[in-house]
Ligand binder design. Structure first.
Ligand code: AMP
Length: 374
């Protein structure tokens, strides 16, 4: 299967060629024909499956075709992509910039934590495609900078994360401002009942696509467990990281404060590490990520929320310093290693108080995690 066989138009094929994409991923093969056919879509897919291109490419195509017949002048926003984090919004914006470079479409990214002026200037110049996080979008809507009543395509990205992060109320305020007649594309890595219910209320006769169910991704990852008492975890981590083969390690901490403490402790032992979490400025988070990508920091410590939307290739290890309370979170965390066919390793600490979490995780992944000694 090729992108040409998926009926992608010439400007998009040219952009894909330049970006080095040769074959559509499974989600792209399944979703693109439905989207080009103007169907609503319910897609169960995690980051790393190529889901961003799966919705962006056909949307760009539909919009570019429509634009040829449109009169010139200030254009109304015709597509809205809602995503939970700034990092994801930036990544989606970068993808759209690449894929639409040979069209005349304009896009704009809006997210919180930065000054709004550059965003409102861009909006006032006219935008076809808006990528936004819910809070800032509502804010700018309430100030009269954004008008969504001409939206033809609406994408809800990472719906389950939106719910976890408490954005559902914002989304419920945004939804009534969208036209009823529109195409809606709904993406979520998991489909717990609350998400299925939300999908049911906003989708019309959706086509359903599902790729790499959570358990099969996990099967490729080697998982080990260390029973460690709470007070011994930091020293146990130093011991594990003495092994230089662990070259690019993402450590998960349940709390922001905990993440900072771990980073300080590791640095004291000469292990270069940085923490990212919601209390850090956007700049500090971007810098920490950049250092980790460049490999000048070996260890990145993150909370679940901060880690969302981080797309880092070739992570060698994920370490769960604390076990998550929600078993699905374990699967999302360890899914960050072992991407794109690489084998990954996930190590978890479990203290006395976390044994119940461990049982929940093992039930979900349907296997016992092998125990090792530090
Ligand atoms: P996503 O799941 O959207 O986060 O995409 C994961 C990564 O795969 C991104 O870095 C994309 O640029 C890349 N990607 C998406 N589709 C393709 C494709 N068909 N061929 C090669 N790379 C792709």
């Amino acid at each position: 299967m090729t992108f040409k066989e998926l009926n992608m138009a010439e400007p998009i094929l040219k952009a894909l060629g330049k970006a080095g994409y040769e074959t559509p991923t499974p989600i792209q093969q399944e979703a693109i024909p439905f989207i080009l056919n103007n169907n609503d879509l319910l897609a169960c897919a995690q980051t790393g499956t190529g889901k961003t291109a799966a919705f962006s490419l056909p949307l760009i195509q539909l919009m570019a075709e429509n634009q040829r017949t449109n009169v010139k002048g200030k254009r109304p926003i015709s597509a809205l992509i809602l995503t939970p984090t700034r990092e994801l919004a930036i990544q989606i914006g970068e993808c759209i910039k690449t894929y639409s470079q040979f069209t005349t479409l304009r896009h704009c990214i809006i997210f919180g934590g930065v000054k709004q002026k550059p965003q409102t200037d861009a909006l006032q110049n006219g935008v076809d495609l808006l990528i936004a996080t819910p809070g800032r979008l509502l804010d700018l809507m309430n100030q009269g900078y954004v008008d969504l009543n001409q939206i033809k395509h609406f994408v809800l990205d990472e719906a389950d994360r939106m719910l976890d992060m408490g954005f559902i109320h914002d989304i419920k305020k945004i939804l009534p401002r969208l036209p009823k007649r529109r195409q809606t594309l709904f993406f979520s890595a998991t489909m717990p009942p609350a998400i299925a219910k939300l999908a049911d209320t906003i989708l019309y006769n959706p086509k359903k696509v599902e790729v790499t169910p959570v358990s099969s991704t996990v099967d490729k990852i080697e998982q080990f467990l260390y029973y460690v008492e709470k007070g011994d975890k930091r020293n146990a981590l130093v011991k594990l990281l003495d092994d230089k083969n662990k070259e690019s390690v993402l450590v998960f901490s349940r709390t922001k404060h905990g993440a900072d403490k771990i980073a300080r402790h590791l640095n004291k032992f000469g292990i270069k590490s940085e923490a990212i979490h919601g209390n850090k400025s956007q700049n500090a988070r971007q810098n920490a990520l950049e250092n980790f990508r460049k490999r000048s920091t070996r260890v990145l410590i993150a909370t679940d929320i901060a880690a969302r939307g981080i797309d880092i290739d070739h992570l060698s290890h994920v370490i769960n310093f604390d076990l998550p309370e929600v078993p699905e979170t374990y699967v999302h965390r360890i899914g960050r290693t072992g991407r794109a066919g690489c084998d990954g390793v996930a190590l978890s600490f479990c203290d006395r108080e976390e044994v119940a979490y461990l049982r929940g995780i093992e039930k979900l992944i349907k296997k016992r995690i092998k125990e090792l000694q530090v």
